[in-house]
Design a protein around this ligand. Structure first.
Ligand code: NAD
Ligand code: UGA
Length: 465
């Protein structure tokens, strides 16, 4: 029986950091070392003030404060941490390829391969290697190939253990997951490795919630779960457009269908479009995999989820332009929110970026306020699109730490993220300091429309006429 006493996790990002923090909290008998090449990120994880850790998640800094230095460590000494561990999690980024074959769709696995080669190079003892990153189905065979051709004589078992946490609720999700999924080989050694990982989670997760499967099912289930979730958002968003034409109300439709227990109420909230680092990347990856097996219909089916999402972002921006007498040239548009959802400082693939980009093509002047996103992040996101010179992004977009300042003298306000604090603002004060007609475009259906209308605002929500 394999008993794990030392874990190494490669990648101290939005998944590696919180996941390992919770394992360390729940398993004080295991030493957990999270390593990363990014020195700045590791320094931030080690900041004496845990409010400065690089990932904002409700409840995370408290758990880091409890476990760090006891059995949780953050380090840039990657080789040492791998070498001493019995189990190595790979939790590095797997973004969409930006070059070569599969550009714009396939997952870029270069960081995964680098990890496998590094594990192979530095290991002096047998190890269980766990895929925590989201990976295309059959990646484990490539990792195994690299590990077994090292000639070091060490034995490696490869497991797939995809992560299902959502940002903003990561600690809740990790403390009480709907399920933990572990895929591995059906050989005796494979089963033993799976059991070792089951035993770790069993420290706090009920056994019946720990599912074991073959490794390919586990890899594919992660892409499938994200595809299903994103598909629900695109489905409801597609119908929000029909509601706007027919005087049906998307919130009422969501409630009406969500009470059917076969459909369920979650993930039916119409919005300006889904964002985040994974939905788009993982669906594109699924589409690419299906096409690579010649499954055109399957690929086209899932691609539609992305097409609707892009359409939703664009039509939100177009609605702002249309309502602004068909021109936003030189007009100040206030953005409340830049993160891809509330309670996170993550902005990857946020709808706000694409709405801003579209409005900048129309020469709007945008002022952004987000309670957790820094100015440099906003500019970085826009520059990454390469739609225009970085100076033009700085000319067209200003970032402020005061929401009232953001809205002052604006022609329109756009709600891009559903931060709770937006509901509590003094909307009369905002109205008084705006240009008239004072338009609010609520991309999250967050605000009390009747209250705003009583003040004098013109309000456009998603999915209502
Ligand atoms: P991230 O970009 O926040 O973190 C990845 C980290 O890995 C970075 O800090 C990077 O410096 C580090 N890294 C890359 N190569 C390395 C190497 N060779 N050695 C050491 N460090 C290296 O990414 P993330 O959001 O944590 O996502 C990681 C994986 O988890 C992805 O595959 C993603 O699809 C998946 N995932 C993400 C989420 C989420 O909510 N963000 C949820 C579930 C699954
Ligand atoms: C999502 C999944 O929910 C996680 O299970 C998964 O682990 C993760 O992706 C991943 O693999 O990265 P995350 O992207 O962090 O988590 O956040 P979600 O809560 O899923 O929201 C994604 C986007 O969809 C956000 O922009 C959110 O605002 C939007 N959304 C969500 C809606 O517009 N409507 C909804 O009803 C739900």
């Amino acid at each position: 029986m394999t008993k794990i006493t030392k874990i190494c996790c490669i990648g101290a990002g939005y998944v590696g950091g919180p996941t390992m923090t919770v394992i360390a909290k729940k398993c004080p008998h295991i030493k957990v070392t999270v390593v990363d090449l990014n020195e700045e990120r590791i320094a931030a994880w080690n900041d004496p003030d845990t409010n400065n850790i690089p990932v904002f998640e409700p409840g995370l800094s408290e758990v880091v404060a409890e476990a760090r230095g006891r059995n949780l460590f953050f380090s840039t000494a990657v080789d040492e941490a791998i070498d001493e561990a019995d189990m190595v999690f790979i939790s590095v980024n797997t973004p969409t390829k930006t070059y070569g074959a599969g550009i714009g769709q396939a997952a870029d696995l270069k960081w995964i391969e680098l990890c496998a080669r590094q594990i192979a190079r530095v290991s002096k003892t047998d190890k269980i290697v766990v895929e925590k990153s989201t990976l295309p189905v059959r990646t484990a065979s490539a990792i195994k190939d690299i590990l077994t051709h090292t000639g070091s004589g060490c034995k490696f078992q490869i497991l797939s253990n995809p992560e299902f946490l959502a940002e903003g609720t990561a600690i809740e999700d990790l403390n009480a997951p709907d399920r933990v999924l572990i895929g591995g080989d059906s050989t005796e050694e494979g089963k033993e490795a799976m059991q070792a990982l089951v035993d770790i989670y069993a420290n706090w997760v009920p056994r019946e919630r720990i599912l074991t499967t073959n490794i390919w099912s586990s890899e594919l289930s992660k892409l499938t779960a994200n595809a299903f979730l994103a598909q629900r958002v695109s489905s409801i968003n597609s119908l929000s457009e029909l509601c706007e034409k027919t005087e049906a109300d998307i919130s009422e439709v969501s409630r009406a269908i969500g009470t059917d227990s076969r459909i369920g109420p979650k993930f039916l909230k119409a919005s300006v479009g889904f964002g985040g680092s994974c939905f788009q990347k993982d669906i594109l990856n699924l589409v690419y995999i299906a096409r690579s097996y010649g499954l055109q219909e399957v690929a086209d089916y899932w691609e539609q989820v992305i097409i609707i999402n892009d359409h939703q972002k664009k039509r939100f921006a177009n609605e702002i332009i249309r309502t602004s007498y068909n021109t936003v040239n030189g007009k100040k548009i206030a953005f409340l929110g830049w993160a891809f959802k509330k309670d996170t400082n993550d902005t990857r693939e946020s709808a706000a970026i694409y709405v801003a980009d579209h409005l900048l093509f129309e020469q709007a002047k945008i002022t952004v306020y987000d309670p957790k996103v820094q100015e440099s992040q906003v500019y970085g996101d826009l520059d990454y699109l390469r739609s225009r010179d970085p100076q033009e992004n700085r000319f067209g977009v200003k970032v402020t730490s005061d929401p009232y300042e953001a809205c002052k003298d604006a022609h329109a306000i756009a709600i891009l993220t559903e931060w709770d604090e937006f509901k509590t603002y003094d909307w009369q004060r905002i109205y008084d300091n705006m240009l008239k007609p004072a338009n609010v475009f609520d991309g999250r259906n967050l605000l009390d429309v009747e209250k705003l209308k009583a003040i004098g605002f013109q309000v456009k929500s998603i999915g209502t006429a």
